[in-house]
Design a protein around this ligand. Structure first.
Ligand code: AMP
Ligand code: MG
Length: 375
């Protein structure tokens, strides 16, 4: 099942090439033949990003051509596709998140419209509850109610692939437009109770900061139910899952992109067993307008792309949601507060600042090794 790479997807594909290349290269270097019938490899797109998979099986499986069932790689792509379509997309009108946003889009409190409760699926209730917790813990740096402000910047569309141009090509939102949208946002104005949600009028939720991590958690559940899977390394955009063991017993090697030079590796995380690694960086999606970089991670206090001096932050946890949420939160909070937040959750974090300086939590040192610099 090969997905066609549409023009729209290509930018994201190019952004992720460094990750994909590194992960696959590392996987191959560590001693597995790509043509082994017990190893499944796939690079595809889903959820608007590149999904790379390498799955090690205990016994070879028949492909569909050989009248076998769907391969685990195919089932995983299906899972990620449904997660987006049915649950977490704000763009696909039938997705649960889009329906929640729609329900509160036109409500007019001045006309006396009562805020109805929109019922939540158990999965969405858990996602939203966890998001609100991270908002509290990060003092509002992480805030999924940023949707209407984020749409104003429209960086996801502009930066596809990242471009440099003048303001004529990318008209930036005005201060008053940003203020107006900021006024309708704020996680404190969200009520989740009795398996339902109430948003304030005009508010729009955006799960872009946690979507890949949630996908990794679903993939993890799937893999745990597969007796024949010995180990796997799977990446969804800037988030990577390692699971189980490699047949040769060697560790998983996960590359971290050097944000100062995104075609190079900053270093490698050496991991055994189940881990989730997420990176948020100002190089992932951006436009440069008249010399200023506008990226996709918004500071809810200002409504502008965060200016925390962080260029990228990588978070390592056992849980996909948490690694993805924390990487976005830490990017906005900056190094010192971000480090505190990561430690509060028992996560490891590595920051690269605007000058290329690297700082990491004490625990990260046992997993991370710098790459030898290319001359
Ligand atoms: P990530 O690349 O995981 O850091 O997520 C960035 C995405 O999260 C953006 O493209 C937006 O969809 C969304 N986002 C931007 N700013 C915030 C924020 N302050 N809190 C939560 N989500 C955000
Ligand atoms: Mg994130």
């Amino acid at each position: 099942m090969k997905h066609i790479l549409s023009k729209k997807n290509l930018g994201k594909v190019f952004c992720s090439v460094a990750w994909v290349g590194l992960v696959l290269t590392v996987a191959c270097l560590s001693g597995c033949g790509l043509d082994s019938p017990k190893v499944l490899s796939d690079v595809d797109t889903a959820m608007g990003t590149v999904i790379t998979q390498k799955i090690y099986l205990k016994k070879p499986v028949k492909t569909k051509k050989e009248n076998g069932d769907a391969l685990p790689t195919e089932e995983i792509l299906g899972l990620v596709g449904s997660l987006e379509r049915e649950r977490i997309s704000f763009r696909i009108p039938d997705a649960e998140l889009a329906r929640i946003n729609e329900a509160f889009a036109d409500r007019d409190p001045i006309a006396g419209d009562e805020p109805d409760v929109v019922k939540l699926s158990p999965q969405m209730e858990e996602i939203l509850t966890r998001c609100l917790e991270i908002s509290e813990a990060s003092d509002g740096a992480f805030d999924i109610t940023i949707g209407s402000v984020a749409r104003l910047w429209n960086v996801d569309e502009w930066a596809d692939p990242p471009k440099t141009d003048s303001e004529a090509a990318y008209p930036l939102p005005s201060e008053s437009e940003i203020r107006e949208k900021l006024d309708t946002s704020g996680y404190e104005k969200v009520t989740v109770k009795d398996h339902g949600i109430i948003l304030s009028p005009g508010m729009s939720l955006d799960l872009g900061a946690v979507g890949k991590g949630i996908a990794l958690d679903e993939i993890l559940q799937y893999l745990k139910g597969q007796e024949n899977v010995e180990g796997a390394v799977i990446s969804a955009g800037g988030s990577i899952l390692t699971y189980g063991t490699k047949p040769d017993g060697t560790a998983w090697n996960v590359g971290i992109v050097d944000p100062m030079s995104t075609d190079q590796s900053l270093g490698i995380l050496t991991l055994t067993g189940q881990w989730c690694v997420s990176t948020s960086g100002d190089y992932e999606r951006y436009v440069e307008v008249d010399g200023v970089r506008y990226h996709h991670i918004i500071d809810p206090e200002t409504g502008y792309p965060a200016r925390s001096r962080v260029k990228s932050v990588t978070v390592l946890t056992r849980d996909g949601f948490l690694s993805d949420a924390l990487s976005t939160a830490c990017f906005i909070l900056g190094r010192d507060k971000g480090m505190e937040l990561a430690e509060k959750y028992g996560a490891e974090a590595l920051f690269v600042d605007q000058d290329g300086e690297v700082a990491m939590t004490e625990g990260m040192r046992q997993y991370f090794n710098f790459a030898a610099k290319e001359k």
